[in-house]
Design a protein around this ligand. Structure first.
Ligand SMILES: [Zn+2]
Ligand SMILES: [Zn+2]
Length: 165
């Protein structure tokens, strides 16, 4: 018997066995936490990473000296938490649908196809919480510096949204 360091219950050694998968072989080892506690921890980690990842990833994208920001990381995470959804602010495509439909595959040759980023509604103004929008790579590319948010929403409605139909 062995005692789990999390739930403190004594259980058979079988519950502490862990399998490590290497390239071509499997090795077994022993963990200090039981199977049940390990699964529980894994579930929680996965959930928090998923939620945090998008906010963190988006922030990381603009956390560079050359981008003038007027807000802190904490303020940004709050802003992100309060969003109704995490869809593109222009064509309203969701992250899931974007990667399911793979419309971007028709337009090869760009490196940023795989990331939703933060776009400045007005590209000539700095990154403020009022001036940022989540943006899919396709919209980001087409909008560029040319259009402002309001004009581009019309363009997205006419030319980008139909691509997903
Ligand atoms: Zn346990
Ligand atoms: Zn879009």
């Amino acid at each position: 018997m062995k005692k789990c360091i999390v739930c403190k219950k004594k259980q058979s050694f079988e519950e502490f066995k862990i399998k490590n998968y290497y390239k071509h072989r499997t090795s077994t080892g022993s963990s200090s936490t039981c199977k049940k506690c390990r699964n529980e921890r894994h579930k929680i980690n996965k959930r928090s990473i998923k939620r945090e990842f998008s906010a963190r990833g988006l922030y990381k994208g603009i956390n560079k000296a050359r981008y003038k920001k007027t807000f802190t990381r904490e303020a940004f995470i709050k802003w992100h938490e309060n969003l109704e959804n995490y869809n593109c602010g222009y064509c309203n495509i969701s992250y899931e649908k974007y990667f399911k439909k793979k419309v971007y595959q028709k337009y090869p040759g760009l490196k940023t196809w795989l990331k939703f980023t933060l776009d400045r509604k007005d590209s000539f103004k700095p990154y403020t919480l009022k001036n940022i929008s989540i943006c899919c790579p396709l919209c980001n590319y087409v909008k560029g510096f040319i259009f402002n948010a309001e004009d581009f929403k019309k363009i997205a409605k006419q030319f980008i949204i139909p691509l997903y139909k």
